[in-house]
Design a protein around this ligand. Structure first.
Ligand code: PLP
Length: 468
């Protein structure tokens, strides 16, 4: 890059700069469907292009934008594209991306109403819409956090507040030293972000009762019943809607009844699985979730908005607020309007509800249902084709996740490496109940059946090379 001489005083934001960014972004976006999915620059090449000594003098913003855009064309992975099936990623709906640009331009701090009435109002509208789409009671409070990790954290902070308050302990004031013990129950298939949230909350990642799961990764309610009988007093149960490997959902109705009987707080991690509720054909999978005390989910996965965006829902608004709100002398609550920071760990924060608003407004209830249904159907299309070619599908494909084995662990690993190198699509590896497997997650709004078929062909080619 040219370290063009620049007078070090930031120039006014020029229309030329914005239209240049727009052209670069459009070029990148349009290439998503045809480029190789993997990055095509090596780490060393990226360091060479972008690194060097700390610049003494500034660079002209247009030159800088050109440099970043060039690196972005080759250094990114096309995770936002139609043939990325790794992890559970999702893309950005055009309307959500456009709204996100506005959010950046506005640069609103949405901690409190007085800083941004617009964002406070949009957050309120969007939270209510999401609640309705997920079939949750209108009385549930909500907060927009950075992702499901923080949604799990916020949920479990509210849980910690309530179960200890019921035992006469003020955890926000006094912390956990000397507090009544809490029985924390998780599944052996709980996502690792549950363990992280427990760590951060002082509840301990390992100080838990771990319930075994069935062949699909669902918590066994008979085993839960037994464990819940072993203790009395404060108790938190963590269930899951949407296993990251199989897509399976815990038996939430049964778990809910057991938690209620025990007087426990029921939390459900529904990072992507919650959105099964948005599709009439899949909503039965998450039946019972509406009776949870807290639910954590993501918008940046299946709802296809840009990073970073997760949502926490809580049936106990006082517990939710008590765990999160923090009064400062210079923050005077309006009393009537929503101060978004009261529901999340952060203070200063991005207006991250706005792209979600745009996504819902653009899709509508029908559009979201159609997207969820399409992804589930495309997951079955993958599974059927791979099975027909003689490969072993390891899970019941109930949602958008498929697990496949290509023979021995080595053959499966070689196949995954060959798929990633080929670049037609991208799938990652996992170990499912001691079996090395490849994982396919269909969660991008732009994936067509043709993308699926092209990817199936690439996967079968790679498997043939790697297993013959
Ligand atoms: C992705 C995921 C998380 C973590 O969400 P982030 O948005 O990455 O913080 C938690 N639980 C489940 C089941 C997930 O799939």
């Amino acid at each position: 890059m040219t370290n063009q001489k620049h007078d070090n005083t930031p120039a006014l934001l020029s229309p030329e700069l914005l239209s240049k960014v727009q052209r670069h972004a459009a070029e990148w976006f349009c290439a998503l469907g045809s480029r190789k999915v993997r990055a095509s620059l090596t780490t060393d090449q990226l360091r060479d292009q972008l690194g060097g000594p700390l610049p003494d003098n500034g660079t002209n913003p247009e030159a800088l934008t050109n440099m970043l855009a060039a690196a972005g064309m080759q250094g990114t992975v096309a995770t936002a594209g139609p043939r990325y099936f790794g992890f559970v990623i999702g893309g950005s709906l055009p309307a959500a991306l456009a709204a996100d640009w506005l959010v950046s331009a506005w640069d609103q701090n949405s901690a409190v109403y007085v800083m941004s009435p617009l964002v406070s109002v949009i957050e309120q509208i969007t939270g209510a819409w999401l609640r309705e789409l997920a079939g949750l009671p209108p009385s549930m409070s909500f907060g927009f956090v950075t992702g499901c990790q923080m949604a799990n954290f916020t949920s479990l902070a509210a849980a910690r507040h309530r179960v200890l308050a019921n035992a006469g302990w003020d955890v926000e004031a006094n912390g956990l030293f000397g507090a009544p013990p809490i029985q924390v129950v998780v599944s052996e298939e709980s996502h690792y972000t549950i363990a992280m949230a427990l760590r951060l909350l002082g509840l301990g990642a390992n100080r838990v009762d771990k319930i075994p799961a069935d062949s699909q990764g669902r918590m066994r309610s008979d085993a839960l019943a037994t464990v819940l009988r072993t203790h009395q007093g404060p108790c938190i149960v963590c269930a899951q809607a949407g296993n990251v490997n199989t897509g399976a959902v815990d038996p939430l109705t049964e778990i809910g009844a057991l938690a209620k009987e025990r007087g426990a707080w029921l939390h459900v991690d529904g990072a992507f699985g919650l959105w099964a509720a948005a599709s009439p054909a899949h909503t039965h999978l998450v039946r019972g979730i509406e009776r949870a005390d807290s639910i954590a989910t993501d918008a940046h996965k299946w709802l296809n908005v840009p990073y970073d965006c997760g949502i926490v829902f809580c049936a106990d608004e006082p517990a939710h607020r008590s765990a999160m709100s923090l009064a400062a002398a210079y923050i005077v609550a309006t009393g009537t309007e929503r101060d978004p920071h009261e529901f999340v760990p952060e203070e200063s924060r991005r207006a991250r509800a706005v792209p979600v608003y745009a996504a819902i407004r653009c899709l509508g209830r029908q559009g979201l249902a159609a997207m969820v249904e399409r992804h589930c159907r495309q997951a079955r299309r993958f599974a059927d084709a791979l099975r027909a070619a003689g490969h072993q599908v390891l899970n019941e494909v109930v949602l958008n996740q498929v697990l496949v084995s290509f023979g021995t662990p080595d053959q499966t690993k070689r196949t995954i490496a060959a798929i990633q190198q080929d670049g037609t699509c991208w799938c990652g590896g996992t170990v499912w109940q001691n079996q090395t497997a490849m994982r396919i997650s269909v969660s991008n709004w732009s994936t067509t059946d043709e993308d699926v078929d092209q990817s199936i062909a690439a996967i079968l080619r790679a498997a043939q090379q790697s297993t013959s």
